[in-house]
Design a protein around this ligand. Structure first.
Ligand code: PMP
Length: 338
């Protein structure tokens, strides 16, 4: 028997094998201020009977809760097992193997892997020197799907409204706007999901603090959402995850906003400390800071040996070597700075 030789999800490098062993983990931009109380109540009070049950197909309660939270109709919402899954399903829904996607560089590292596992070609287009997206460069690729992440992981920088509008107006196909960090940003562009060629993806993993429950969603025109649902599979979100995410979206928004505010206050303090050390931080609107640092990989390795995990990058276009540091409670951050 000959086995297929296509790109594999197992080729996706996991950030840091030693991560699980680190006492302080500032590497994945999650909410380090605890879990939302409504979701925690679900876990304590109703988790056990849910575990033996299948979820209802296509997560109708979750879709309703997302619609309520985002102010759109339920027909405009699709959900998945993390926004990773929503993004992956979107690529499968709209593109055939061999077709092209474009995205800014640097951006969310998973994009090149999602392209590979779906047999797609991909065109990275460098961010402009001011960290806005290069609209002309992205359009010049003529890609059928253009992905933009704002606030952008790993830089924390945002795409300007004007650039997004131009891109959407002139794109030959779908624009997938990844707003995983929207709750931390000054401005959300969710309203752009009213356009016929835009999907906006979001996650419960970051501001809402439910990373391990694996819940993500996308908002867009019903026709686009219906296409993603075709590629999605019915039972992606577990019954427990659905109930916890629904509780978080319906009850825990004030908690989430308070934790976002704490995170942003820590971020300002962290930026001031780093600048005080003579380092350059990129202008961030996310719950993490990218700081330029020559030899970042080695620095991160030394920090890991001291039980602190941050994400390091080498030779990023227009940036060079850099660390990405997530914002948790100040005493946790201080451990990283010591
Ligand atoms: N998009 C961006 C920009 C991210 O940083 C992440 C997580 N690192 C995701 C999507 C995926 O998040 P999840 O699958 O947990 O929703």
């Amino acid at each position: 028997m000959s086995l297929p030789s296509r790109a594999s999800y197992r080729d996706i490098p996991l950030y840091s094998p030693s991560k699980a062993r680190c006492r302080v983990d500032l590497s994945d931009n999650t909410n380090l201020f605890g879990m939302p109380p409504g979701a925690e109540r679900v876990l304590r009070e109703v988790a056990v009977p849910l575990v033996t049950r299948y979820p209802v197909g296509y997560s109708p309660d979750l879709r309703e809760a997302v619609a309520h939270y985002t102010g759109v109709d339920t027909s405009c919402v699709t959900t998945g097992c993390g926004s990773d899954d929503v993004i992956d399903s979107t690529l499968r829904a709209f593109l055939e193997p061999g077709e092209l996607i474009a995205f800014p560089s640097p951006t969310f590292v998973m994009m090149s892997y999602f392209a590979k596992v779906n047999g797609l070609r991909y065109a990275p287009v460098n961010l402009r020197p001011d960290f806005d997206i290069d609209v002309e460069g992205l359009l010049a690729t003529q890609a059928k799907l253009i992905y933009v992440c704002s606030p952008n992981n790993p830089t924390g920088t945002v795409a300007s409204r004007a650039a997004l509008e131009q891109l959407i107006e002139r794109a030959p196909g779908l624009v997938l706007l990844d707003e995983a960090y929207a709750e931390f940003a000054r401005e959300s562009h969710l309203d752009l999901a009213r356009r016929p060629n835009v999907l906006v993806s979001r996650t419960m993993s970051k501001a809402f603090g439910l990373a391990s429950m694996r819940v993500g969603y996308a908002v867009g025109a019903p026709a686009l959402v219906a296409e993603v649902e075709k590629a999605r599979g019915p039972y992606k979100v577990t019954a427990l995850s659905e109930r916890m995410a629904v509780a978080a979206l319906r009850e825990d928004v004030p908690w989430m906003r308070a934790k976002v505010a704490e995170s942003l206050a820590v971020r300002e303090r962290l930026v001031a400390e780093l600048q005080g050390m003579g380092l350059t931080c990129l202008p961030t609107e996310a719950n993490f800071v990218m700081v330029k640092l020559r030899g970042a990989l080695e620095v991160a390795e030394r920090m890991r040996a001291r039980d602190v995990n941050v994400r390091a990058f080498a030779g990023l276009p227009g940036i060079g070597d850099a660390l990405r540091i997530g914002c948790g409670p100040w005493d946790v951050i201080q451990t990283a700075l010591d």
